[in-house]
Design a protein around this ligand. Structure first.
Ligand code: SF4
Ligand code: SF4
Length: 201
């Protein structure tokens, strides 16, 4: 005959039998944090910037959904600063996917509790490239320029022209182009190309 018990009685019974049955075989908790936890290999933890590999391109900054990564330019001191705040990180690893140099390294670290929030911040500073013509710092880092020169296919790129211009501000590039045209075409190109707002050359 089927057992007819109230819900409360059933619960009590289930508790007594199930706990007795499973308590010794299958613990539902572990002694963490006194023992290390084994993470699945695909677990996405807090990433880390390898300053040796980073070129300061900012691809990770553009990809980061919660703005855990930011870029700042300090042109007075010729510095580009990449800051990573692990407290904002949602561990999506978009930064790892887009980083062209492998500088954004994945980890499976998930414990970030601290009593000092500065512990959660990583800063990498890069030297900005300097335009010899204008005497101004560019938006690019020296490492970005070196990286671009290294990866461009030399068979199809005029490396001489690239070397000649890659380290210049936009204005210096334009000036150089016009000077070159004047040299080659015997002043055939009009000076209006050089005229800026206000009519100054
Ligand atoms: S893992 Fe995601 S949230 Fe964290 S820094 Fe990278 S892109 Fe930003
Ligand atoms: S994408 Fe990679 S190389 Fe570029 S700034 Fe971020 S960490 Fe550095």
């Amino acid at each position: 005959m089927a057992e007819s018990l109230s819900y409360t009685e059933k619960l009590k019974k289930w508790n007594r039998f199930e706990v007795e049955k499973f308590s010794k075989k299958a613990p539902v908790t572990t002694p963490y944090p006194f023992i290390d936890i084994e993470k699945p290999p695909e677990y996405r933890g807090i990433p880390h910037i390898n300053p040796e590999k980073c070129i300061g391109c900012g691809a990770c900054v553009n990809a980061c959904p919660p703005d855990a990564l930011i870029l700042e330019w300090d042109k007075e001191h010729g510095v580009k600063r990449l800051t990573f705040n692990a407290a904002r990180c949602i561990r999506c690893h978009r930064c790892v996917e887009v980083c062209p140099t492998g500088a954004m390294e994945p980890t499976n670290i998930f414990e970030i509790a601290t009593d000092n929030k500065e512990d959660l911040v990583e800063v990498v500073e890069h030297k900005l490239a300097y335009c010899e013509e204008c005497g101004e710092y560019l938006d690019f880092t020296e490492r970005q320029i070196e990286y671009v020169k290294a990866i461009l296919p030399k068979e199809i790129i005029d490396m001489y022209a690239l070397e000649d211009r890659i380290g210049l501000t936009q204005e210096a590039k334009m000036r150089k182009t016009v000077e070159k045209l004047r040299e080659t075409e015997g002043n055939a190109y009009p000076a209006f190309i050089l005229v800026k707002k206000g009519g100054e050359e």
